[in-house]
Design a protein around this ligand. Structure first.
Ligand SMILES: Cc1ncc(C[n+]2csc(CCOP(=O)(O)OP(=O)(O)O)c2C)c(N)n1
Ligand SMILES: [Mg+2]
Length: 922
C-alpha cells in the first residue's frame, strides 16, 4: 500500500529507548565467554587436561573439573549458570552404533510414505476444497517416525507382550496412515476418504481419535499439550500397575512425539519434573524441532533446542540433542579452531530457518563467512552441497543412535531434541516457509519436484492427480516393511480390547445405603463410605484407583491413607510426623491411592490412564477421581473431552459442589455451572444426586454398564458438603434415579384425590436443594392451600438425551406410532406448572423445558458466587424454599388459578425483598 502523503513515516523501534541492553538480546545459549587474552596459557591448560584424559581416564578428568569448580566458588570465580551444552549432537560420531537396518530400502519406504501422505492431503483438497490436512509436519518428522517403525516401536503382538505406547503428533496423522497403507492395513478407498468420515462411513479421521477409529488409534493427541502430560502419567501408571502387582508392563516404552511449538502449552512442560522424580525411564519424548509453528518461527530470536535442553536438564531428564546430520561430522572433526562450534552456538533460529530457503551461497556467506578459517573449511564444497547438508532429525543414523541410547537409558526419562526442516522436501512449495503449516495443495510443478526429490516411480502424465502409490505385495519394500513389523511384534498403531466382563459387586453393601440414616451426613461422606466398602470388595477392590489432587482431607478421605496406602514408587523414606496417630500419612510402594498433589490436569491424566487400561493393558481398572467441582470441567475441560474420545471408563466426582451448598468459599470456588459444562460431553452421564440411596443406585449401575456390559461411557456425579438425614429409598425409585427424574413425595394429603380442587404444582429439586423444595411443599400446603408434588431431578442431561432421541425417531418415522420421551410419559399430560430448583444455572433445568406439558419456571444460581451462610446465599440466589413458594404462586397466578394479590402478600409474608440485588448481574 502506498503511504498516504503527509503521514509520518513509521518510527523504527529504538532499542535504547525500549530499555534493552545487549544482555537482553543475547539468546539463551552455551556460555561462550570473552576473547582469549592469553592463547599460550590456554593451550598449556588444555594440553595438560587432554593428557589427564588420555593417561588417567575420564573419571579423573571429571574429578579435576569438579575440584576446579569448587575452588572457583571458594574464590568467587563462578561460571554463569547454564543448563546447556554446546549446540552439537549429544552423541558424538565416534560413539554411534552401527545402523540396524538396510538404509537404501528404508529410504525408499520412507519416500513412499512421504508421497502418499502428501497425496492424501492434496487429493482430498483438490476434490473438496477446505477439507484441510497437513503436509509439512509429517514431511519434517518422517525420519523420526520411520526409524521408530523399523527398529524400535514394539507392536501389540500375540505373544503376550503388549507393545509400546505411542503418542503420535496429531497433525502428522497423514504419514501414519500412509505407513499403514503401505503395510496393507488401510485400503486405497480409505486413503481416498481422508477427512470424509461421514459420507463414506469408513473414512479416515482427521487426527488420532479412538472414538472414530477404535481399532486403530489409541491416544487422542491433537489438542496441543495433552499428549505430553498424558504420556507422563501413563508412564507413571504403568509403574503403578507393576508396583501393585497387577500387571507387569514389561518395560513397555511410552513414546510421545511433540512439536516444538507445542511445548509452549503449559501442559507440555508442566509435569516434566514428575517424570524425573519418579525415574520414569520407560518414557521417551521426541520433540520435532523444525523451528516453526503455525504462524512463523518458534523462537526466531533464540534457540528452541537450547531452551528446551535447559528446561529438561534442569528437571532431571536425560537430554539427547540431534542437531547435525552426518555430513557435518567431517567439518566438526576438521575444525581445530573451535570457531565452527562457536558459530553453531551463536546463530539463532530465525537465521537457521533462513538458511533453508536460501541457496548454498547464502549459507557460505552468512554462516561460514563470519570467519576466514570457516570459509577455508568448506572451500571444497559446492553451494549445492552446502545447501543439502542435512539436519540431524533427517539423518536415520543420528536418529537411530539417539533412539537406541534412549531405550537403553536407565534411571530417568529421555527427551530427544531433533532438529528438522518444516515441509522437508517440498522445496518452493513450503520448505522452511512461514506459510508451510497451511500448505494443502501443490501445483503440478511442485509435485514433479517432490517426485524427483524422493524418486517416486510416477510418470509425468499421472502427476497432476497425485495418485497413491503402493509397490507390489512381493516387492522388496513391502516385504521389508512387513518383516520389520513382524519382528517387532505386529503393527502400530493398533488399539485392542481384551478384557473379560467383570461381575458387578452385588454384595449387601448397597442395601445399607438404600435404607438411609437419621444421622446428618453429606453425600460426600456417603460416597467415601461407599468407596471404602468397594475397596474392600474381593472382586473389584484391588482394581479401584482412588485419585485425588490434594483434597483428601477436605472430603474426609484421610481414613483411606492408613488402610489402603498412598502410592509412592519409593515407599516412605521418612517417619511421618503423624505416625503415632490412627490415620497417619502412609506412603507405600504398593499404595492404592493416587494422591497427585495440586494438579487437576495430572490427576485427570491418571484417570485417563487408569480408565483406559481395559484396552491399553487388558485389565479393568476402576478410577474414582474426586476433586473440587469448580476446578474440574472449567479448568481441565479439554482433558475431559480427550478422555471421552479415548473411551475412558470411570467416575468423576465433583465434590463440594453447588453454588450455595459450598457456602463460605466465594466467587472462585462455588460451582454453579459444571453441569452445564458436563452437558456437552456426549458419552458422559452426569448426575446431581440428593440422597445416599441415589448415589448408590447411580454408582452400582455405572459399574454394571461400564464393566459388565462394557459400554464406553463415564460418569460425573456432583457431591455436596451439607449434612442432613438420608431418607430410605422410596419403592420403585431406581428407574427414575437413573433416567433422571422420579416422584419423591406427593403433595401432603393428595393420596387418592390427587390434591382435590386445590391449585397444583410440581416442584423439581436437585442435589441438596431438593430439601428446599420439600420445605416449600410444606409452606405451600399450610399457608397457601397449594398441593405440590416434589420430584427429585437427578439428571437433566439424561432426560434431555432421551427426549432428543425420541424426537429424532419421530421425525424420521412419521407414519409410525410416535415414541414418548421418558419425561413426557412420567407426567402423563399433567399440565400443572413446574418450578425447578437447582444449585446450578437455570440453563440446566431449561434443558428439558420444551417437552413438558406444564410450563417450567427454573430457579438456579446464575451469576458469580460469594461467601456467606447457606441461608443467606440461597435467599440471594432465590433458590430457597421461600423463593420456590413465590415462583409457584407466580406461575399459578399466570394461569389465573390464584390471585396476584396472593403473590404480592406471599412476598411480604415470606420476608423477600423485591428490590434486592439481582444475582445475575451483581
Ligand atoms: C490446544 C491447541 N491449540 C491450537 C491448535 C492448532 N494448531 C495445530 S498445529 C499448530 C502448530 C503446531 O506447531 P508445532 O507444535 O511446532 O508442530 P509442527 O507442525 O511444526 O511439527 C497449531 C497452533 C491445536 N491443535 N491445539
Ligand atoms: Mg514446529
Amino acid at each position: 500500500m502506498e503511504e498516504a502523503e503527509g503521514e509520518p513515516a513509521p518510527v523504527p523501534p529504538n532499542e535504547e529507548a525500549l530499555g534493552m541492553s545487549e544482555k537482553d538480546q543475547t539468546p539463551l545459549n552455551w556460555y561462550t565467554g570473552g576473547a582469549d587474552t592469553n592463547v599460550d596459557e590456554t593451550e598449556e591448560w588444555l594440553t595438560a587436561f587432554e593428557q589427564v584424559i588420555q593417561y588417567e581416564g575420564h573419571e579423573r578428568a571429571q574429578f579435576l573439573l569438579k575440584k576446579l569448580l569448587e575452588k572457583g566458588y571458594e574464590k568467587d570465580v563462578t561460571l554463569p549458570f547454564t543448563g546447556n551444552t554446546p549446540y552439537i549432537n549429544t552423541i558424538p560420531a565416534a560413539k554411534e552404533p552401527p545402523y540396524g537396518g538396510d538404509r537404501a530400502i528404508e529410504r525408499r519406504i520412507k519416500s513412499l510414505a512421504r508421497w502418499n501422505a502428501m497425496a492424501m492431503v492434496v487429493r482430498a483438497n483438490k476434490k473438496y476444497a477446505g477439507l484441510g490436512g497437513h503436509i509439512s509436519s509429517f514431511a519434517s518428522a518422517a525420519t523420526l517416525y520411520q526409524v521408530g517403525l523399523h527398529h524400535f516401536f514394539r507392536g501389540r503382538g500375540e505373544g503376550g507382550f503388549d507393545g509400546d505406547m505411542i503418542y503420535y503428533q496429531g497433525h502428522s496423522s497423514p504419514g501414519i496412515y500412509a505407513n499403514a497403507f503401505l503395510e496393507g492395513r488401510i485400503s486405497i478407498e480409505q486413503m481416498e476418504s481422508f477427512r470424509r468420515e461421514v459420507e463414506r462411513g469408513k473414512g479416515l479421521s482427521s487426527y488420532p481419535h479412538p472414538w472414530l477409529m477404535p481399532d486403530f488409534w489409541e491416544f487422542p493427541t491433537v489438542s496441543m499439550g495433552l499428549a505430553p502430560i498424558s504420556a507422563i502419567y501413563q508412564a507413571k501408571f504403568n509403574r503403578y500397575l507393576r508396583n501393585r502387582g497387577l500387571r507387569d508392563p514389561q518395560n513397555r516404552k511410552i513414546w510421545a512425539f511433540l512439536g516444538d511449538g507445542e511445548t509452549d502449552e503449559p501442559e507440555s512442560l508442566g509435569a516434566i519434573t514428575l517424570a524425573s522424580r519418579e525415574r520414569l525411564d520407560n518414557l521417551i519424548f521426541v520433540i520435532n524441532c523444525n523451528l516453526q509453528r503455525l504462524d512463523g518461527p518458534v523462537r526466531g530470536n533464540g534457540k528452541i533446542i537450547q531452551e528446551l535442553e535447559t528446561t529438561f536438564r534442569g528437571a532431571g531428564w536425560n537430554v539427547i540433542k540431534v542437531i547435525w546430520g552426518s555430513d557435518w561430522d567431517p567439518l566438526i572433526e576438521a575444525d581445530n579452531t573451535g570457531l565452527l562450534i562457536q558459530r553453531m552456538n551463536e546463530v539463532i533460529d530465525g537465521e537457521y530457518q533462513k538458511y533453508v530457503v536460501e541457496p548454498g551461497s547464502y549459507i557460505r556467506e552468512h554462516f561460514f563467512g563470519k570467519h576466514p578459517e570457516l570459509l577455508e573449511l568448506v572451500k571444497g564444497y559446492s553451494d549445492e552441497q552446502l545447501h543439502r547438508m542435512r539436519r540431524g532429525g533427517h539423518d536415520p543414523v543420528k536418529v537411530y543412535a539417539a533412539y537406541k541410547a534412549a531405550v537403553e537409558h536407565e534411571g530417568a526419562p529421555t527427551v530427544i531434541l531433533a532438529k528438522t526442516v518444516k515441509g522437508y522436501g517440498l522445496g518452493e512449495a513450503g520448505e522452511g516457509r512461514n506459510v508451510s503449516h497451511q500448505q494443502k495443495k501443490l501445483t503440478e510443478e511442485e509435485m514433479r519436484f517432490f517426485r524427483d526429490r524422493f524418486d517416486i516411480p510416477i510418470p509425468d502424465k499421472d502427476l497432476h492427480d497425485a495418485p497413491f502409490y503402493r509397490p507390489a505385495e512381493d516387492s522388496e519394500e513391502i516385504r521389508y516393511l512387513k518383516e520389520r513389523r513382524a519382528a517387532l511384534g505386529g503393527p502400530v498403531p493398533q488399539r485392542r480390547v481384551r478384557t473379560e466382563p467383570l461381575a458387578t459387586p452385588m454384595t449387601g453393601m448397597w442395601e445399607t445405603f438404600f435404607q438411609g440414616v437419621t444421622r446428618e451426613v453429606s453425600t460426600t461422606m456417603v460416597f467415601v463410605q461407599m468407596l471404602t466398602q468397594l475397596l474392600k470388595d474381593k472382586e473389584i477392590g484391588k482394581k479401584i484407583v482412588p485419585i485425588v489432587p490434594d483434597e483428601a482431607r477436605t472430603f474426609g478421605m484421610e481414613s483411606l491413607f492408613r488402610q489402603f496406602g498412598i502410592y509412592s514408587h519409593v515407599g516412605q523414606l521418612y517417619e511421618p510426623v503423624d505416625k503415632g496417630m490412627l490415620l497417619y500419612y502412609r506412603e507405600v510402594k504398593d499404595g492404592q491411592i493416587l494422591e497427585e498433589g495440586i494438579t487437576e490436569a495430572g490427576s485427570m491424566a491418571s484417570f485417563i490412564a487408569a480408565g483406559t487400561s481395559y484396552a491399553t493393558h487388558g485389565i479393568d481398572m476402576l478410577p474414582f477421581f474426586i476433586f473440587y467441582s469448580m476446578f474440574g470441567f472449567q479448568r481441565i475441560g479439554d482433558l475431559i473431552w480427550a478422555a471421552a474420545d479415548q473411551r475412558t471408563r470411570g467416575f468423576l466426582l465433583g465434590a463440594t459442589s453447588g453454588r450455595t451448598t459450598l457456602n463460605g468459599e466465594g466467587l472462585q470456588h462455588e460451582d454453579g455451572h459444571s453441569h452445564v459444562l458436563a452437558s456437552v460431553v456426549p458419552n458422559l452421564k452426569a448426575f446431581d444426586p440428593a440422597f445416599a440411596y441415589e448415589v448408590a443406585v447411580i454408582i452400582r449401575d455405572g459399574l454394571k454398564r461400564m464393566y459388565t456390559d462394557r459400554e464406553d461411557i463415564f460418569y460425573y456425579i456432583t457431591l455436596g458438603n451439607e449434612n442432613y438425614p438420608m431418607p430410605p429409598m422410596p419403592a420403585g425409585a431406581e428407574e427414575g434415579i437413573l433416567k433422571g427424574l422420579y416422584k419423591f413425595q406427593a403433595a401432603p394429603g393428595s393420596e387418592g384425590d390427587g390434591g382435590g380442587d386445590r391449585p397444583r404444582v410440581h416442584l423439581f429439586g436437585s442435589g441438596s436443594l431438593l430439601r428446599e423444595a420439600l420445605r416449600a411443599q410444606g409452606i405451600l400446603a399450610e399457608r397457601y392451600g397449594v398441593a405440590a408434588d416434589v420430584w427429585s431431578a437427578t439428571s437433566y442431561k439424561e432426560l434431555r438425551r432421551d427426549a432428543l432421541e425420541a424426537d429424532r425417531w419421530n421425525l424420521l418415522h412419521p407414519d409410525q406410532e410416535p415414541r414418548k420421551p421418558y419425561v413426557v410419559s412420567l407426567l402423563a399430560g399433567d399440565d400443572a406448572p413446574i418450578v425447578a430448583v437447582t444449585d446450578y444455572m437455570k440453563l440446566v433445568p431449561d434443558m428439558i423445558s420444551r417437552w413438558l406439558p406444564g410450563r417450567l419456571f427454573p430457579l438456579g444460581t446464575d451469576g458469580f458466587g460469594r461467601s456467606d451462610t447457606r441461608e443467606a446465599l440461597r435467599r440471594f440466589f432465590e433458590v430457597d424454599a421461600e423463593s420456590i413458594v413465590i415462583a409457584a404462586l407466580h406461575e399459578l397466578a399466570g394461569r389465573g388459578v390464584v390471585d396476584r394479590v396472593v403473590v404480592r402478600r406471599a412476598i411480604d409474608e415470606l420476608g423477600v425483598d423485591p428490590e434486592k440485588l439481582d444475582p445475575v448481574v451483581s
